[in-house]
Structure formats: structure tokens, C-alpha cells
Design a protein around this ligand. Structure first.
Ligand code: GDP
Length: 195
């Protein structure tokens, strides 16, 4: 995809009605600080359009980035911020579940996992929500530049085993520093769009 135009078109909070975009949406989920904003900025070739987390977990909105006026990258709120109150946690949960449940145009959900660590309990919950709503999650293993090449296979295996993913589940290593993995992600999105 050649990025000609990007616009943050909808920002939805807990009380907003989710928009009927009428165009393909692909969504990104992951815990706070996993590198979601960095990934979305890298996909859009923007430095800082998607917020990077100065205050992790603070902004609980779903942000719709309109790409070339033809599709949307949907940034779901980051979860798992330990200091958030139970009330706040319940709210982000509902927001994400409502989106997964209601969006008519959602074609794929990417789940971001930090390549250095085993997925957390919240990651497993998120993975199951995605599955239960009828989507096969695509995993993006973030911060690839932070591990040695020799650790790559071991870390991917750890992610696959902890989430108990199915055999054909795709795991794409990605680095926002080097942009490694960017083309692969866009190729996949292009495929998803033309399905
Ligand atoms: P978000 O909360 O998931 O949106 O995470 P951010 O994109 O704000 O990233 C959290 C922190 O990790 C920031 O300090 C980023 O600079 C850093 N970060 C994100 N992606 C990468 C990456 O691929 N490599 C490295 N080295 N740092 C990253």
C-alpha cells in the first residue's frame, strides 16, 4: 500500500456510538506500552499521529485512521495497565468487546505481543475474545530490535505456546526502529482487503 493520505476520522469513547464506516477495517489490540502506537505510525509513515503512551492506559478511546479514503486502521485501547481501577478496566473491556461484536466491516484483528516476554493473562483473554467473536487473531511480535537474532525462534515459540495458538496462526516479528516486518503486515492487509 502506498500511503497517500491519512486522517484520524473517528475517536470513540465508552458513550459513543460506533460508526458504520462502510469500508474495510483492520484493528490493533495489545497491552499498554507494547508498541501499538509506534506500529500504527510506522504503517502510516507518520511520526506521531497515533499517540505514543506518555500516560499509558489513560485514553480509552477507539481511534479510526482513514487510509487513502479507502480503508481504516482501528486503534483499540491499550489494556492491562496495572494501576487502573477496576471500574476503568471494566470500561475498556466493554469498549473493546462492543467493537469486536458490533463492527460490520472488521476483517481482521492484529494482537500485539512484546517479543521479549511471555504473553500475560490479559493477552490470553484478549486472544480468546478475538477468537470468540469469530476472528483468527494475527500476532505481531513487537520490539524485534530488542532481542538477538539467535533468540527469535525461541521467543516466537514461547508466544505460540503460551497463547496456545492454532498451527496456521501467523506471527509477524516487527520493529518500529528498523521497520522490519512493515511490508509483510501491509501485504497481509492488502490480501485481507481483497478477500
Ligand atoms: P503503546 O502504548 O502500545 O501505544 O506503545 P508505544 O508505541 O507508545 O511504545 C511504548 C514504548 O516502547 C515507547 O517508548 C516506544 O518508543 C517503545 N517502542 C515501541 N516500539 C518499539 C520497537 O519496535 N523497538 C524499540 N526499541 N522500542 C519500541
Amino acid at each position: 500500500m502506498v500511503i497517500k493520505q491519512v486522517e484520524l476520522q473517528h475517536v470513540c469513547g465508552i458513550t459513543s456510538k460506533l460508526p458504520d464506516t462502510g469500508q474495510v477495517e483492520v484493528a490493533f489490540a495489545g497491552k499498554s506500552n507494547v508498541g501499538k502506537s509506534s506500529l500504527i505510525n510506522a504503517l502510516m509513515n507518520r511520526k506521531s499521529l497515533a499517540r505514543t503512551s506518555a500516560q499509558p492506559g489513560k485514553t480509552q478511546t477507539i481511534n479510526y485512521y482513514h487510509i487513502n479514503e479507502e480503508m481504516y486502521l482501528v486503534d483499540l485501547p491499550g489494556y492491562g495497565f496495572a494501576r487502573a481501577s477496576e471500574e476503568v478496566k471494566a470500561k475498556w473491556g466493554k469498549l473493546i468487546e462492543d467493537y469486536l461484536h458490533q463492527s460490520k466491516m472488521l476483517h481482521a484483528v492484529f494482537l500485539l505481543i512484546d517479543i521479549r516476554h511471555a504473553p500475560s493473562n490479559n493477552d490470553r483473554i484478549m486472544y480468546d475474545w478475538i477468537l470468540r467473536n469469530g476472528y483468527q487473531p494475527i500476532i505481531i511480535a513487537t520490539k524485534l530490535d530488542k532481542i538477538k537474532r539467535s533468540q527469535l525462534q525461541k521467543q516466537i515459540k514461547l508466544i505460540r505456546e503460551t497463547l496456545e495458538v492454532e498451527k496456521d496462526t501467523i506471527v509477524i516479528p516487527f520493529s518500529a526502529e528498523t521497520k522490519q516486518g512493515r511490508e509483510e503486515i501491509w501485504n497481509l492487509i492488502d490480501e485481507i482487503r481483497s478477500d
